[in-house]
Design a binder for this molecule. Structure first.
Ligand code: BGC
Length: 754
């Protein structure tokens, strides 16, 4: 095998092609290949300490460092887990939470085990710890990396105070299929937006200095292509080409590595016959050798044991060897590394050096976190009490949530509502639901801290406004018994706020759906209220794109709010009454019908792009276009784009190009716009997407104000993987698109010449 490290970051010029970064072939190397020395130089002092410690460890103690059992939250550890910790046979616990509880556990390892090696405490701190922020899909809807980073920072401050020093986040899986419930946990469908959000979260969680008391080690997951599950069914088979893997699924991981992510998690799925958890190509060749990551890899929950049902391992020991040799350093919950691998080393089926290599990476993370200096730095009961739900965190949660709200439709400017409105009917099963706004994976977020939409509206309106409330129906039932009462209230109102959608368990892990309709009888409910003829504002809570075809045709105003966390209701009320001007933009495509899934804006043209002619790539019953395109979102003002200009109409392959456009706030109120830049490489040696997001900028414009937005496109942004899987810029014509979403753009062209 060629050592791919030598290609790294070399610029190779040839007459026709500019190589940016070379990449290895896709061949899967033999799974038994022993681990190799790291490609990167470690801090020499740390390295010496690691080697000294390693030299003192027994084989069992080494395997113990690679072992991660699951605890019981804030409850007492099980006796068997205490015994393991005391013997130094736990490298990390997940789900042991709280300053007191983690300190007790840490003391068992540090004071009672032979070598006193401190443990990592891992938890899914996904969108806040105690102060719950918008779910990641909503966070990505802000297109605001600074805000995303700040939310991650606050989550880190709270989580570390509760003894947690490692989060299983960010989830950076690209998702093109809204049936997949975990679409809620990531940044949506686009690799560029996904990469920006991945890096922002890593920087937010980890902070500037990993050894600070408030630094939370991040974990980019699920490596890789977990979102490519066939038919959107969780854990299902993935079969993608290396090109799609590298262009679509891997960029957010690479961005996380470049931002210094301390760990990664292997995914449950297989890719083209190789389960990720057994893929040496992914875990070692790409991650360590090509990207130079010094982070360690943890398996997903029992993913090592699952190599047996995958059908690539006949026994637990075989599964363990496959995973370890691939480069998966820590075993989450399977207990295989600890219980089954020592015998394999003794029988010479597994080299001890492979074990050592994994242990080094785990110890390195502990050194970087400063745990050897102070193993209890994250277990401070006083800090824990003091930091939760601080006012500035809650204020920020509201501001962040406002930015995530996406205005999908606003016929005749029904919104914003007038604060003097006399009677509002607030209807629907999610209007006063305190649990759902927390979304999936809400850690220690509590319903009692949630402001519901109903509460938010009550907080907002003047004493003269009367608010009528009825649930109408449940989120997921077949009873229409409540319709009549809800209709009666609607009839008394000037405006109806109809709050419908999914609950927090309908997205996230193991929450795939085969339809994208409103669950239960909710769609019927919307129609019933529509029959009253009253103006309706439909407020959606959901963790995935839904099919909103009927509503889009009949309901005058539609507001996508996802799950916005504890300040959900206040943020929604701010938007509905115009105290906040909506500025969120879709990070995912909304289909017209579930049958269009997977659906995404950066598709390929095919040989038969759709025309009137029958024999083109289309459906008989639905257009190819989405209901709401990627990047879409309205405002209470309008933005006019003009004067799209390029600094040249011809550039050389290693030149950059300046692109500018004027954006005017043509309406009457101040607003934020996310200016988006896409490209298309018109003809290349391999097919290219019809559009690819390459840059964006969020700007604020006062009414009547115009700003010129300038982007500088670097050669790397024009590059792609050619037939030899080399990253290249090829000569030829390119299109540039600048606009307010992926479908409404101005267009210009330029040529790249040799
Ligand atoms: C999920 C991971 C999560 C882990 C630990 C798994 O089931 O796939 O995303 O980090 O559990 O809770």
């Amino acid at each position: 095998m060629i050592d791919m490290r030598i290609f790294q970051r070399i610029l190779v010029f040839s007459p026709a092609i500019l190589l940016i970064v070379a990449a290895p072939g896709f061949s899967q190397p033999a799974q038994t290949k022993p681990a190799r020395a790291e490609a990167h130089p470690l801090d020499a002092g740390m390295q010496a300490k690691i080697e000294a410690l390693l030299a003192r460890m027994t084989l069992e103690e080494k395997l113990g460092q690679l072992n991660q059992p699951s605890g019981s939250g804030r409850n007492e550890l099980k006796e068997e887990h205490k015994a393991l910790a005391r013997k130094g046979l736990v490298g990390s616990f997940l789900n042991v939470v709280g300053a007191e509880r983690t300190r007790q556990a840490q003391e068992m390892a540090v004071k009672e085990s032979r070598l006193g090696i401190p443990m990592l405490f891992g938890l899914d701190v996904i969108h806040g710890f105690r102060t719950t922020f918008p779910i990641p899909l909503a966070a990505a809807s802000t297109w605001d990396a600074d805000a995303v980073k700040r939310a991650a920072r606050i989550a880190a401050v709270e989580a570390t105070a509760a003894g947690i020093n490692w989060t299983f986040a960010p989830m950076v899986d690209i998702a093109r299929d809204p049936r997949w419930g975990r679409i809620a946990e990531g940044a949506g469908e686009d690799p560029y937006l996904g990469a920006i959000m991945a890096a922002a979260q890593v920087r937010g969680f980890q902070g500037k200095d990993l050894s600070a008391n408030e630094a939370l080690l991040a974990c980019a997951k699920h490596f890789a292509a977990y979102g490519g599950a066939e038919a959107g069914r969780d854990y299902n088979t993935v079969d993608v080409s290396e090109r799609t893997l590298r262009e679509i699924y891997l960029p957010p991981f690479k961005a996380a590595v470049e931002a210094g992510v301390g760990s990664l998690m292997s995914s449950f799925n297989e890719i083209g016959g190789v389960p990720s958890t057994a893929s040496r190509w992914l875990m070692t060749d790409v991650l360590r050798q090509e990207w130079n990551s010094d982070g360690f890899v943890v398996s997903d929950w029992t993913a090592i044991a699952e190599l047996q049902p995958h059908g690539v391992a006949a026994s637990r020991a075989e599964a363990g060897m496959l995973a370890l040799q691939a480069g998966v350093d820590m075993d989450m919950v399977s207990g295989i590394y600890l219980n089954d691998l020592a015998a394999m080393v003794r029988e010479k089926k597994l080299s001890e050096e492979t074990v050592n290599q994994a242990v080094r990476r785990v110890l390195l993370a502990k050194f970087k976190l400063g745990l050897f200096d102070n193993p209890y730095r994250h277990a401070d009961p006083a800090r824990e009490q003091a930091v939760f739900l601080q006012k500035q965190y809650v204020d920020f949660a509201r501001e962040f949530a406002q930015k995530a709200v996406i205005l999908l439709k606003n016929e005749n400017n029904l919104l914003p509502l007038n604060k003097n409105v006399k009677t509002l009917a607030v209807l629907g099963p999610l209007a006063d639901d305190k649990a759902s706004p927390l979304g999936p994976w809400h850690c220690e977020g509590r319903p009692e801290n949630v402001v519901t939409v109903l509460q938010g509206l009550r907080n907002k309106v003047s004493p003269q406004t009367k608010i009528l409330y009825a649930k109408g129906c449940a989120i997921d039932s077949d009873s229409t018994a409540g319709f009549a009462e809800a209709k009666r209230l609607a009839q008394q109102a000037d405006v109806v706020i109809l709050v419908v959608g999914e609950n927090e368990h309908m997205s996230g892990e193991a929450a795939s759906r085969s339809t994208l309709d409103l669950p239960g009888v909710q769609e019927q409910f919307v129609r019933a209220i529509h029959e009253t003829g009253k103006p309706i504002v439909m407020v959606l809570l959901n963790g995935r794109p839904l099919v909103l075809s009927w509503a889009t045709e009949h309901v005058p105003a539609i507001v996508e709010t996802w799950f916005l966390g504890i300040q959900h209701g206040n943020a929604v009320a701010d938007v509905l009454f115009g105290d906040a001007n909506p500025s969120g933009k879709l990070p995912v495509t909304f289909p017209r019908s579930v049958g269009q899934a997977p659906i995404y804006y950066n598709y390929k043209n095919t040989g038969r792009p759709v025309t009137e002619y029958k024999f083109t790539s289309k459906y008989l019953d639905v257009p190819n276009t989405p209901l709401y395109p990627f990047g879409y979102g309205l405002s209470y003002t309008t933005f006019a784009y003009s004067n799209l200009r390029l600094s040249a109409d011809k550039i050389k392959m290693n030149d950059s190009l300046r692109v500018s456009a004027e954006v005017k706030n043509a309406g009457k109120v101040k607003g934020d716009e996310v200016v988006q830049l896409y490209i298309q490489d018109e003809v290349a040696s391999v097919t290219r997407p019809v559009k690819e997001l390459k840059a964006f900028r969020r700007i604020t414009l006062n009414a009547g104000e115009t700003k010129t937005v300038e982007f500088v496109l670097q050669p790397e942004q024009l590059a792609f993987y050619n037939l030899a899987m080399k990253r290249v810029v090829e000569p030829g014509m390119f299109k540039i698109f600048v606009g307010t979403n992926s479908a409404e753009v101005s267009e210009a062209r330029f040529e790249v010449v040799e």
